[in-house]
Ligand binder design. Structure first.
Ligand code: TRP
Ligand code: ZN
Length: 864
């Protein structure tokens, strides 16, 4: 029997026994036998004679203390414990590893031939024995030896030497002047095409920029490079932060578990988050690439210069950096649309996580496998917590806080408390109560009631806050609650309390609050939790008419979208009730009329209009129910789409034709394409040969956004032409795996009873590869996430498909397996039959003899 993996606790944190003053690494690269020599100077912090180093799957070849072979040590599967040590000493360790057989994509591995590393969170211990924890910072010198068939030998910092060896190989030596924890170490070696550029910083220094991509992909590199330069300029102008090395390198690799990694001076990216041109990437891809390039760049200060004391503090760098990348996207593009994106991610994914068995605070208190905590909670809810501080402090106060944070902690490994203290001390805004956000679990609910006193012209708003059931915190949270009151004409009414005008962001600090607004001439329509000012659920008895009023008049794009979502949700609830008692239900005519008006006017931001026309996704609908009524929800969404299509054919056709699109990358171009695609999506549902022609014509577009929009319309409506179009796409794009991922996703999200059979067959497609996370996510990730009807099939075939795959992934790549298990985590939200079927799959995993820590932690939590 294997031992059960043990949890580690935040409360048990102990400072490291030793510090390391310098590390010298040397690699001799060979696919199955890379030798790693590590030489470091260790200094005991309080007279310790014992040193425990982390190390996993390493072959120990040699061990020297102060140049002498050391024999007083003990080895286990994860540790090397050295005894009888002096208080300061040189330690030299020789290990051997096998990159070519490392399919976990953690440590040193090969991605389609190229060597690369992924050390966050705890991958460095798969390279050599080390104090692999973020609070041990040191400088690195790295020498890489490799065959000349590998032209580029890269590591962090500046290249200080290179040359040829006697045996006809070559080497390069790198020096990183900044102290860093081991998780920021990187090595890349391979043959690439390189896009070079330059950035002149605000102080006039020249920084060399280099983007390494697979041979033949240079024409897909410029967008990422432009994004990088924009990010560098933005961080200077908005945060007054300048880049600190003379060179910034980005490498794109095909095999990667996440989006990208912020290694100091040498970012490694999933190629899906770098490569783009108009033929191969959608407008959404362009946007994602810009934001991820920004995200990794922004880590240079928030993460690298100031890092985390321990992994429980992950949100210190991730929440803050997501906030920064969101602001970057918002300053450069549409603030409203970016806010909509962020809120959609929170509602669809974070709320579900917070309501399920893996619920944790943004600063978790216990962890078995750290890789399981790179979550929407730590990242996205973490960013919402930073955003709340930003709204409490204002931009100026927040920037003062950032400055103090860097003044105090540059070069250190710190905690979330240190961050909040800097914010509080710099701004003078008290954040003691606010800090509970770092401990609480689950989504708080705000119950709101209002009363209008026509006589006194007073409008009162009563808010009570309620913790989620699973929340260990019971004291009230400090919640910024933004509100707007609209009059009959849709104008915002000034908020007057006790004779004074107040700002729209109110502070909730107790269980219940009453706000009394004066001089309100007629009954207003309240816009509640405006801009999603806190990650909460608002319960308020809106009437459909009130929501439609907000959609028409609210000043913010976000508020209008939010009201439309609420209107759809209200309608879905009504429809579910009606269908449950055997009635039929069609989308309310006033809502149809509003959509019609919006389509006819087409004023304002067309991209927003496209969002307004989009129904909430299945997850957002599911979140409203104790027990998700899968079949009825599928039916209702289907009916509503059909209602919209039937009633608005003429308007949709007109809007489609009016959306002039000249292949521009501008916001107008992006908006026009979004509009064309949403129109086609609905139009495909009405049988009309003209529309089939439009779809076929658009599917021949040279622009991937349009091409894919046409295919999505065809496949989701299952038009006769869809097979022909899909086959054509397959033939056209087999040489480009990232493009084929789009095709795999379309296959997987087709709601057809043959879909599951098709998916099993697609495992044999020449482009498919279970060891590549992008392929797996494209095919099976999209299926489980975006094909509710087939994934949740009553006979359990969808669950079996995922279960079968997880068993294989557990052995190939535990990190990816663990991310892919997410759809099973909310098994309790479904009816008895589906619960049983999902549980069967979870139990199959639990029974695996070689179950990874990653899956163990989740499966165990799901079943207990
Ligand atoms: N720090 C990375 C980011 O947010 C995340 C990351 C990349 C990661 N690769 C990983 C986390 C592997 C865990 C494991 O930008
Ligand atoms: Zn990050």
């Amino acid at each position: 029997m294997q031992e059960k993996p043990q949890a580690k606790y935040l409360k048990d944190y102990q400072p490291p026994s030793h510090q390391i003053s310098h590390l010298d690494l040397s690699f001799d690269l060979k696919p199955t036998a890379t030798s790693v020599i590590s030489k470091a100077h260790y200094i005991a912090q309080s007279g310790e004679t014992e040193l425990s180093l982390n190390g996993v799957e390493l072959k120990l070849v040699k061990l020297l203390v102060n140049g002498v072979a050391h024999t007083d040590f003990e080895q286990s599967a994860t540790l090397l414990v050295l005894r009888a040590l002096p208080s300061a000493f040189d330690l030299e360790i020789h290990t051997e590893i096998s990159p070519s057989t490392n399919t976990s994509l953690e440590g040193l591995y090969q991605s389609a031939g190229a060597y690369c590393t992924q050390c966050e969170a705890e991958g460095f211990r798969k390279i050599t024995y080390f104090l692999d924890r973020p609070d041990v910072l040191t400088t690195y010198d790295v020498t890489i030896f490799g065959d000349k068939s590998i032209p580029y030998l890269l590591s962090n910092g500046n290249k200080v030497d290179e040359g040829t060896t006697e045996d006809g190989r070559h080497f390069a030596k790198w020096q990183d002047p900044f102290k860093k924890p081991s998780y920021l170490f990187a090595l890349v070696a391979g043959d690439f095409d390189v896009l070079k550029d330059e950035f002149i910083t605000c102080s006039g220094r020249s920084v060399e920029l280099a983007l390494f991509v697979d041979k033949g992909n240079l024409n897909k590199a410029p967008h990422a490079m432009e994004s990088l330069k924009r990010a560098m300029a933005w961080d200077e102008s908005r945060f007054d932060l300048e880049y600190d090395l003379d060179i910034y390198m980005v490498v794109a690799v095909d095999f990667f578990n996440m989006g990208a990694m912020e290694n100091k001076g040498l970012n490694v990216f999933n190629s899906a988050c770098v490569l783009a041109n108009q033929q191969t990437a959608t407008d959404r891809d362009y946007h994602t690439i810009e934001s991820i390039v920004g995200h990794e760049y922004f880590h240079n200060w928030t993460g690298n210069r100031v890092t985390c004391r321990d992994w429980f503090q992950l949100s210190l760098k991730e929440g803050l950096t997501v906030f920064r990348d969101q602001e970057f996207s918002s300053d450069l593009g549409s603030r409203g649309l970016n806010r909509i994106d962020a809120v959609m991610a929170m509602r669809a994914h974070q709320f579900a996580e917070d309501a399920g068995p893996m619920a944790h605070p943004i600063r978790p208190q216990q962890v078995i496998e750290m890789n399981n905590f790179y979550t929407v909670t730590v990242y996205n809810k973490g960013a919402e917590v930073i955003r709340m501080m930003h709204s409490l402090l204002g931009e100026q106060g927040f920037q003062k806080g950032m400055k103090l944070y860097f003044d105090r902690h540059d070069g250190q490994a710190v905690t979330c408390d240190d961050f909040v203290s800097a914010m509080q001390d710099a701004s003078g805004v008290e954040l003691q109560q606010f800090k509970l956000w770092y401990e609480q679990i689950g989504t708080p609910t705000l119950n709101v009631t209002t009363h209008y006193d026509d006589h006194a012209k007073i409008f009162s708003v009563n808010v009570s806050q309620h913790h989620a059931q699973n929340d260990p915190v019971s004291d009230p949270l400090h919640i910024p609650f933004a509100i707007e009151l609209l009059d009959d004409a849709g104008e915002a009414i000034p908020l007057i309390c006790n004779g004074h005008e107040v700002a729209k962001t109110l502070s909730l600090t107790t269980d219940t609050h009453q706000f009394v607004f004066e001089n309100v001439e007629s009954k207003p329509v309240p816009v509640l939790l405006e801009d999603f000012s806190a990650p909460c659920i608002v319960k308020y008895d809106y009437h459909l008419d009130q929501l439609l009023h907000i959609i028409k008049y609210a000043s913010s794009d976000y508020a209008r979208w939010e009201a439309m979502q609420q209107a759809f949700l209200l309608e879905v609830c009504t429809a579910v009730e009606q269908l449950n008692v055997g009635n039929t239900y069609s989308l309310h005519s006033t809502l149809i009329n509003t959509l019609q008006e919006l389509l006819n006017q087409r004023k304002g931001d067309v991209a927003l209009l496209a969002e307004l026309l989009t129904l909430p996704n299945f997850d957002a609908l599911a979140a409203m129910f104790e027990v998700v009524p899968v079949d009825v929800l599928v039916k209702v969404t289907h009916n509503f789409k059909q209602d919209i299509a039937n009633h608005l054919v003429d308007e949709l056709k007109a809007a489609f034709c009016a959306s002039k699109e000249h292949g521009q990358l501008s916001h107008d171009g992006v908006s026009a394409r979004a509009m064309k695609n949403i129109c086609l999506y609905y139009l495909a549902l009405v049988s009309d040969p003209e529309i089939q022609d439009w779809i076929c014509a658009q599917s021949d577009s040279e622009n991937m956004t349009l091409k894919l929009g046409a295919l999505k319309a065809a496949t989701s409506a299952q038009l006769d032409c869809s097979h022909k179009l899909m086959d054509k796409f397959d033939a056209e794009w087999r040489h480009d795996l990232l493009v084929m991922d789009k095709w795999f996703s379309l296959q997987a999200t087709t709601d057809n009873e043959n879909t599951i059979d098709t998916l099993y067959k697609l495992y044999e497609h020449p482009c498919f590869d279970k060891s590549n996370p992008n392929r797996v996510r494209a095919l099976i990730g999209s299926f489980a996430r975006n094909n509710p009807a087939q994934f949740h099939r009553e006979d359990g075939a969808g669950y079996r498909l995922l279960g079968d795959l997880l068993i294989e992934l557990n052995a190939i790549n535990p990190q990816n397996a663990s991310r892919m298990v997410t759809p099973f985590m909310s098994w309790r939200k479904f009816d008895g039959r589906r619960q049983e079927a999902m549980k069967v799959q979870l139990q199959r995993l639990a029974d695996l003899p070689n179950l990874s820590d990653d899956l163990y932690e989740k499966v165990e939590k799901a079943l207990s």
